[in-house]
Design a protein around this ligand. Structure first.
Ligand code: DQA
Length: 145
């Protein structure tokens, strides 16, 4: 990866974007969202990764860490945000900065979404701006460099 490499990583159920509760998550598919990110930041080399599995997300984080040269990770961990201590431990085990991002404003929704177990080990949190949440996450990482 080059010096301006960023990983955009999505967790469980985000593969269903476009079909899944569009009134909450919008009508774009994950591929369309990822294309929009790549187009908005032509100077950045992106890697896009999605998995339904906690372990696969953790392995990808370690892979990026070991490879080096990654400016940071924009992570929408989906529901894992609210309970995955394993993902939290993985984020705190790597040096690569991770921005927590959510399409919806989780604080306006059900109470179980109000708490994130990963926020404290992320460099920042962005929620509620739809697909712009990912763009803001990328901008935040570029601003740290
Ligand atoms: C989400 C919010 C989570 O609470 C939920 O489980 C998701 C998506 C969001 O992007 O708004 O899967 O992370």
């Amino acid at each position: 990866m080059s010096a301006t490499s960023i990983l955009v990583m999505n967790g469980p159920n985000l593969s269903r974007l476009g079909k899944r509760e569009p009134e909450i998550y919008g009508s774009l598919t994950l591929d369309e969202i990822n294309r929009g990110i790549a187009e908005a930041f032509p100077e950045v080399t992106f890697e896009f990764f999605q998995s339904e599995y906690e372990g696969a997300l953790i392995e990808k984080l370690f892979e990026v860490e070991e490879r080096g040269g990654c400016v940071g990770v924009v992570l929408n961990a989906g529901a894992l945000t609210h309970y995955s201590i394993a993902l939290r431990d993985a984020i705190s085990a790597v040096r690569v900065p991770v921005v927590e991002a959510h399409l919806s404003n989780v604080h306006k929704r059900e109470e179980f979404r109000h708490h994130s177990v990963i926020s404290a080990v992320c460099v920042g949190v962005i929620a509620g701006f739809g697909i712009e949440s990912y763009h803001l996450g990328v901008r935040a990482l570029l601003g740290r460099g």
